[in-house]
Design a protein around this ligand. Structure first.
Ligand code: PGA
Length: 260
């Protein structure tokens, strides 16, 4: 059975000191849970994506829990090394303990003008390197949703983003479907519309690519209030949480509701 993915994207938030305070609370809750049930029974995996500067500190803290807590970077650059001021390589994030990397987040695409093609190069570099599972973010904006063009739009993002794995077997992939209009707006997708998109994405991927373990998770205004309704759908394999992951109690509540 596929494990559910409950991922936290801290974005540009939290210093090492903040991370220490966060996990003091979060792990206290998790340890309370351990008394009642074993982590293996939880059937869920937690992924934390702190900023680059807090990767090592986060890894140090979650090390005893690595069987179900994993570390992700929020980005990578596709070159191995060289004159790329401000960028970070796959080897660098691996050396901090990452086993995942978020690629093509809509904030990268919209604010930093990252194209589908650049996203595709990053995915290719990750698969050529090995050892990291990409979390490929896709999703339409409001204009496209209004015109009912969301399927065509994400299909192109997937076709270009995953072009490098056409005709090739890869072991794992997470796709995060994050409609731009739902990110940070407090307006999540309706569960039925979410399920329809996840089903579409899942169908497109299984008929075009060969991936050992692949999951489609949802992102965009996920909270304690809507997590259950979202996770009740068969094609929603987990969530990527931004704003509501910044508070340890609220992220723990989301995790508990999703993993139950
Ligand atoms: P949000 O962000 O939960 O704050 O909407 C989600 C994301 O950008 O991954």
């Amino acid at each position: 059975m596929k494990k559910k993915i409950i991922a936290a994207n801290f974005k540009m938030n939290k210093t090492d000191e903040d991370i220490k305070k966060y996990f003091a609370v979060f792990l206290d809750r998790i340890n309370g849970l351990k008394n009642k049930t074993s982590f293996n029974d939880l059937d869920a995996e937690l992924i934390f994506a702190p900023p680059f500067t807090a990767l090592r500190e986060t890894h140090k803290i979650i090390e005893p829990y690595l069987d179900f807590m994993k570390l992700s970077s929020q980005n990578i650059y596709f070159e191995k090394s060289g004159a790329y001021t401000g960028e970070i390589s796959i080897d660098m994030i691996k050396s901090c303990g990452c086993t995942y990397a978020i690629i093509g987040h809509s904030e990268r695409r919209n604010i930093f003008k990252e194209s589908d093609e650049l996203t595709g190069k990053k995915i290719e570099a990750i698969y050529n390197d090995g050892g990291i599972t990409p979390i490929l973010c896709i999703g339409e904006n409001l204009e496209i949703r209004r015109q009912n063009g969301q399927e065509k739009f994400v299909e192109r993002q997937l076709a270009v983003g995953l072009n490098c794995i056409k005709g090739r077997n890869v072991s794992s992939l997470i796709v995060a479907y994050e409609p731009v209009w739902a990110i940070g707006t407090g307006i999540p997708i309706k569960a039925d519309d979410g399920e329809a998109m996840h089903k579409f994405i899942s169908g497109y991927i299984t008929s075009n690519f060969s991936i050992g373990e692949f999951r489609v998770i949802y992102g965009g205004s996920v909270t304690e209030a809507n997590i259950k309704e979202l996770m009740d759908n068969p094609h929603i394999d987990g969530v990527l949480v931004g704003g509501a992951s910044l508070d340890p109690q609220s992220f723990y509540n989301i995790f508990k509701l999703a993993a139950a």
